[in-house]
Structures are given as C-alpha cells and as structure tokens.
Design a protein around this ligand. Structure first.
Ligand code: ZN
Length: 205
C-alpha cells in the first residue's frame, strides 16, 4: 500500500467504528475516494454539522440540539412527566424501544458498559441517574442492558448505586437471548421482555 498519511489516518479512524476492522475500513476509504463529490464532500459537511449542532445531554444521555442547554438538575428535553426510567446502554437501544411502542417513560442512556474498552464508570452517567431518581419522583428503574457479561455487570453496579433510594428496580425478563443486545431484538421479544420484567431489589415498593 502507498504511504499516504491522509489515507492512513482515515483508515485508522474508520477502523474505530463498530463492526469494522482494518480490512473493511480500507474498502470504505476506497469507496469514499472513488466518490469524492457524491460521498466525501456531503459527508464532511454533514459531519461538521452534526459535530456542531448535536450533542448528548449530560444528564439523561440522549441526543439533543447543542443549543438546548440542560442545567445540572433539569434536563430541558424531558417535558412529559413519567414515573419510570428505562436504562439502556446506547441510543440505538432507546430508538429500538421507542419504535416498538412497548414502553412509555423516560430513558437514561449510559453510553456504554462498565467494562467497555476505555469506558470509565464516571462517564456512564450513573451519578446523574441516581440524581434523577431522587429528584424526579421516579418509582421504577427498568434495567434494559444487554444480556452480556458487560451489560449484566453494569446492571449490577447500577442496582448497587441505587441502594440508598427506595425506587423499585426491575430487569427485563429472561427472554433475552444470551449475548443479546437490545437493539437487535425483534419487537415480539422486546415486548415479552418488558411485560415480564421482574423486580430485582428488595426495597419496599
Ligand atoms: Zn437530558
């Protein structure tokens, strides 16, 4: 391969995307280069716009316009009042659950799992989840993390972090295939996982 820094750097960046290794990154880079005007140009512009205008809420973790500023204990994008928070790993999980119309309530998006590479516990918005539970009269926290070791470790850590509150904590039912990630589940599986969710803490509620 030729030694062009620009290309090398792009390949390195693209290999960091989920599901892509160096080989697929190379294919993508070639596709981009062969379609400069149709792909690279609009993509660079769109990426710049997304970078400038879209960010994650530091409180609930969902996506929002950067121009809407959420203060420390008030997330301005959450208008409706619910008494449930569904905790998911990623925004793609939130989207799947929303699309399935199974659940009406708040979301809290961790942005990863505790053992994800480079993911620090403090980045997972668990402290702000605890604050939300305390401040927003939340009655139930539904842990909808993946049925992976990382997902379950994270769920356990959250349960422990909430032990000083009297919120009811539930977990999606064991219909989840082992290793199953929420975003890849069909609506039927999600529906029964939600419907048959079980309480996992021994608090009073
Ligand atoms: Zn928010």
């Amino acid at each position: 391969m030729q030694n062009l820094d620009e290309i090398e750097n792009l390949i390195k960046l693209i290999s960091k995307l989920p599901g892509l290794g160096p080989k697929s990154a190379k294919r993508i880079v070639l596709k981009l280069i062969n379609n400069r005007d149709e792909l690279i140009k609009p993509m660079a512009k769109t990426l710049a716009e997304v970078y400038k205008n879209i960010s994650r809420c530091k409180i609930c973790g969902t996506l929002k316009l950067t121009s809407i500023e959420c203060s420390y204990n008030e997330c301005k994008i959450l208008e409706k009042k619910y008494d449930k928070i569904c905790v998911v790993e990623n925004i793609s999980d939130q989207w799947s659950i929303e699309d399935s119309n199974i659940y009406k309530g708040y979301f809290h998006i961790l942005g990863g799992t505790i053992t994800s590479v480079g993911q620090k516990k403090e980045d997972l918005l668990i402290n702000s989840l605890v604050d939300r539970v305390k401040n927003d009269k939340i009655e139930e926290v539904i842990l909808a993390t993946s049925a992976t070791v990382e997902g379950q470790t994270t769920a356990y850590y959250i349960q422990d972090s909430l032990k000083d509150t009297d919120v009811k904590i539930t977990k999606l039912a064991q219909g989840l295939p082992v290793g199953g990630e929420i975003e890849s589940l069909d609506d039927g599986t999600l529906f029964s996982a939600f419907k048959n969710r079980s309480k996992i803490n021994s608090n009073t509620n």
